[in-house]
Design a binder for this molecule. Structure first.
Ligand code: ZN
Length: 282
């Protein structure tokens, strides 16, 4: 079932056990716009089935928030204009050249071009995959793009992000809602989870300049402004404490600065910033 956030905004919750991210639906008077395509044919079909149950204007646009497989592999199922930023478009080209039979999938996994989890989801949730080819996006924008769905404006913006360098967010001003995709998360390089420290503050600035009350996250579904503010504060405090690739030094810095021990989230973030120091120094 789709969750209803307002008269014009719905979302399908993330399903972690299936590696399915949050998918969004924004409806104007004339058209509807989707945020992310799902991780597979089956995920996309499930989303479409839920949309059909609602009496909403036709889906005209589909925005892919970034070029991670779980957000775009369902793309072919939608009869919509697919919109991405120029970096995402570049990154998708590799996936457009892929073939999806078992031996090709194994080859991609063995050469670290695809995760095992991705292969398993493709095998389970993309039927007819021997003939499957990922289609191309239709509209490619550089920094921002504004779409009017009929009395419902959506602002697409490529932002700086600690997750990928191709992150698009979708902001709906008159609803004070922003779809963040995975922008606010960290990333994994050579099996090491890290949060790109140099991009944290620029990212928070890019997101906070939009007056929003609700935030949809790729793998958390929804956060309100209060939850998001706590998240930014914890990340910022954690980042400030990390000045070297040493977690012990970071913990000492944190205690000195904040006059308390870091909480569980902060400690997790601190480790990710320490890992970032390690990744950046390699
Ligand atoms: Zn991602």
């Amino acid at each position: 079932m789709l969750n209803k956030l307002s008269e014009s905004i719905y979302y399908l919750s993330n399903q972690d056990e299936k590696e399915r991210p949050t998918l969004g639906l924004v409806c104007g008077d004339q058209f509807s716009l989707l945020i992310d395509a799902g991780n597979s044919t089956q995920h996309a079909k499930d989303f479409l089935l839920e949309i059909e149950k609602l009496n909403v204007p036709p889906v005209k646009y589909l925005v892919i928030t970034h070029a991670h497989w779980d957000h775009f592999l369902g793309m072919n199922e939608f009869d919509a204009t697919v919109i991405v930023n120029n970096k995402t478009s570049e990154l998708l080209k590799k996936w457009q050249s892929y073939t999806f039979d078992d031996s090709s999938l194994k080859k991609y996994v063995n050469t670290n071009q695809m995760s095992t989890k991705c292969m398993e989801i493709i095998q389970a949730e993309i039927p007819n995959r021997t003939s499957f080819k990922l289609s191309s996006p239709h509209i490619i924008f550089e920094n921002t793009l504004t779409i009017d769905l009929g009395n419902k404006v959506c602002l697409l913006e490529r932002i700086k992000s600690t997750h990928t360098d191709d992150s698009t967010i979708v902001y709906i001003p008159d609803e004070k809602v922003v779809f963040l995709g995975d922008a606010a998360y960290g990333t994994t390089t050579n099996a090491l989870f890290h949060i790109k420290q140099s991009l944290l503050l620029p990212m928070i600035e890019d997101i906070r300049k939009h007056d929003a009350e609700f935030f949809l996250l790729g793998h958390e579904s929804i956060c309100d402004l209060n939850e998001m503010t706590i998240y930014w504060d914890e990340l910022t405090a954690a980042s400030q404490s990390v000045t070297s690739p040493s977690i012990n030094e970071a913990i000492e810095n944190f205690k000195l600065e904040m006059k308390r021990d870091p909480n569980e989230n902060e400690l997790f973030f601190m480790k990710a910033f320490v890992n970032d120091r390690i990744v950046q120094s390699r």
